[in-house]
Design a protein around this ligand. Structure first.
Ligand code: HXC
Length: 260
C-alpha cells in the first residue's frame, strides 16, 4: 500500500504509523484521516498485529492538529463532515480491541493532542508539549478533547487547558497523568520498544476484554459495570489464551499466547 500522508511499517507484532506531513507540522487533513482508516483496517484484520504505535515525522511535531489552511474555507456542512470523520476515526482507534501507543515526539496541539488521548497509552519525549488552542481560534476541540481529557486528568486540569489554550510541557503532562512516561530523546525508541514488548507478550484475549471493560464500563453504573466485568472475564475463561496462561504458570514457563 502506498500512502501519501503516512509511513506505515510492520515490525513483528507491531504496526507503526508515522504522520508524514512535517512541513505542516503533521497537521490532520481529509487525506491523512482517510489513510489512517486504511491503517486501522489492517490493524483490525491482521491477528498477527497486536499493537499500533503512532508518532510524527521530524523533530518538531507529533501533530499540530487539524490543518487550519484547509479548515479556513470550509462551509458548516463541510466542517461537520470533517469533524465527524476525525471523531469516528479516533473512536474506532479507541474501541478497536487492540492497544495503541502515541509516541509524542514534539508538539501535540488541538486534534494532535486529541489523537494521543484516543490512544491507550502516551509516551512523550522530554521536548514534547501539549495544548488545546481551539479557544484562541473561535472553535472548541472537536475530536473528543472536551470529553477524553477530563476523563484522563480530571475536570479541573482539563478546564484549565481548555479555557486558556496554553501549552504544557511533557513533564507537566506527566505530573497530571496525561502521559504515562517521559523519555529523553535518545532513549525514546528504547522506551517504546520496552513497552511494546511487554504488551505484546501478554494475552490479546485479556487485552481485548480489558479494553472493553474499561471503555464500556466507564459509561455504566458500578453494578452494571461489574456485571460486564464478570461476563467478559467468564468469556476469557473459555479461551485458549486462558488455558495457555494457566498451563504456563503451573509448568513454570513463559506463556505463548495466540489471541484465541
Ligand atoms: C496547517 C500548520 C499547522 C496547522 C503549523 N502549520 N500548524 N498548517 N495547520 N494546524 C504550518 C505553518 O503554517 C507553517 O507553514 C509550518 O507548519 C511551520 O509552522 P510555524 O508556525 O512556522 O512553526 P513554529 O513557529 O515552530 O510553530 C509551530 C506551532 C505553530 C506551535 C505548531 O505552527 C502553531 O501554533 N500551529 C497551530 C496549532 C493549532 O492551533 N492547532 C489547532 C488546530 S484546530 P508555512 O507554510 O506557513 O511556513 C484543531 C481542531 C481539531 O486541531 C478538531 C476540529 C476540526
Amino acid at each position: 500500500m502506498n500512502y501519501s500522508y503516512l509511513i506505515v511499517q510492520e515490525e513483528g507484532s507491531v504496526l507503526s504509523v508515522v504522520l508524514n506531513r512535517p512541513k505542516a507540522m503533521n497537521a490532520l487533513n481529509n487525506g491523512l484521516l482517510s489513510e489512517f482508516n486504511l491503517v486501522l483496517d489492517q490493524f483490525e484484520r491482521d491477528p498477527g498485529i497486536r499493537l499500533l504505535v503512532i508518532t510524527g515525522e521530524g523533530e518538531k511535531a507529533f501533530c499540530a492538529g487539524a490543518d487550519i489552511k484547509e479548515l479556513v474555507e470550509l462551509s458548516a456542512l463541510e466542517m461537520k463532515a470533517f469533524l465527524s470523520l476525525g471523531q469516528r476515526t479516533f473512536r474506532r482507534l479507541e474501541t478497536i480491541g487492540k492497544p495503541s501507543i502515541a509516541v509524542v515526539n514534539g508538539v501535540a496541539l488541538g486534534g494532535g493532542f486529541e489523537l494521543s488521548l484516543a490512544c491507550s497509552l502516551r509516551i512523550a519525549s522530554e521536548t514534547a508539549s501539549f495544548g488545546l488552542p481551539e479557544v484562541r481560534l473561535g472553535m472548541i476541540p472537536g475530536y473528543g478533547g472536551t470529553q477524553r481529557l477530563p476523563r484522563i486528568t480530571g475536570k479541573g486540569k482539563a478546564l484549565e487547558l481548555l479555557l486558556t489554550g496554553k501549552r504544557i510541557s511533557a513533564e507537566e503532562a506527566y505530573q497530571e497523568r496525561i502521559v504515562n512516561v517521559v523519555a529523553a530523546r535518545d532513549t525514546l525508541q528504547t522506551e517504546v520498544e520496552q513497552w511494546s514488548e511487554t504488551i505484546c507478550r501478554n494475552s490479546p484475549v485479556s487485552i481485548r476484554m480489558i479494553m472493553e471493560a474499561v471503555d464500556v464500563g466507564s459509561h455504566l453504573s458500578m453494578d452494571n459495570a461489574l456485571a460486564l466485568e464478570t461476563n467478559l472475564d467468564a468469556l476469557a475463561a473459555d479461551s485458549n489464551d486462558k488455558r495457555e496462561g494457566f498451563a504456563a504458570f503451573l509448568e513454570k514457563r513463559n506463556p505463548i499466547f495466540e489471541g484465541k
